[in-house]
Write a protein that binds this ligand. Structure first.
Ligand code: CA
Length: 222
């Protein structure tokens, strides 16, 4: 992954600081978006790294950190003033990956972004994510928006099958072969039963899309 593929969300209410960070990171090849409030940060597009200023006008930065951590695997880099040490500690406890103290140089910032990305790549290789969905293939745990979803082993295997390459249509036969580990030439109606259960447990019928005469793909999980 080059910096051109890395999406950075800048959560900063000072337009001057946000603008200069945004311009600098864009020049360095990152894709950036800026959120000036807690509400904007929660409504932002998915990203790989969050630069999070803790002092925000409409809410608590530490609580925002908890919410962001619950809904995504983005690396969170907290930006604090030196006087905010208790907040900084609270932010790390709330799931932030690292922090950087103002004032900081741009080279230090990009070095820390690269470092948190490296760490998250290494530790998260067993994690499949798609929107609000997190699938841990090692512990076989699934969460949606931070809420645990309890699946049967078969349901988990089907979901893993679809989530390995989200968006790709996976043929019914391929799912049957991968999940039941067998060549099955009979009716594949059994698959529909499990898919229906998965949709119900994920709380959204659109979570798994039926592609007529082809198979299934993962949809947006809301
Ligand atoms: Ca601020």
């Amino acid at each position: 992954m080059t910096s051109a593929d890395v999406r950075v969300l800048i959560v900063e209410d000072d337009p001057g600081i946000a603008g200069s960070l945004g311009r600098g990171l864009t020049r360095a090849g990152y894709r950036t978006q800026i959120a000036g409030t807690v509400a904007d940060a929660l409504a932002a597009d998915p990203c790989d790294v969050v630069l999070l200023d803790l002092g925000l006008p409409d809410g608590d930065g530490v609580e925002l950190c908890v919410s962001l951590r619950a809904r995504s695997d983005a690396a969170i880099l907290v930006i604090t003033a030196r006087v905010e040490e208790p907040d900084r500690v609270a932010a790390l406890d709330a799931g932030a990956d690292d922090y950087i103290v103002k004032p900081f140089g741009f080279a230090e910032l990009t070095a820390r972004i690269r470092a948190v990305l490296r760490r998250s790549r290494i530790t998260d290789t067993h994690l499949l994510t798609h929107g609000r969905l997190r699938i841990d293939t090692r512990t076989r745990q699934v969460t949606s928006g931070g809420q645990e979803v309890t699946l049967t082993p078969t349901e988990f295997d089907i979901l893993e099958c679809l989530a390995t390459d989200p968006g790709r249509v996976v043929a019914r036969q391929e799912i049957i072969e991968r999940v039941w580990n067998t060549r099955w030439y009979g009716p594949t109606r059994v698959l529909d039963v499990h898919i229906a259960a998965l949709r119900r447990k994920l709380g959204d019928p659109a979570a798994i899309v039926t592609v007529y005469a082809r198979g299934f793909r993962l949809g947006e999980v809301r």
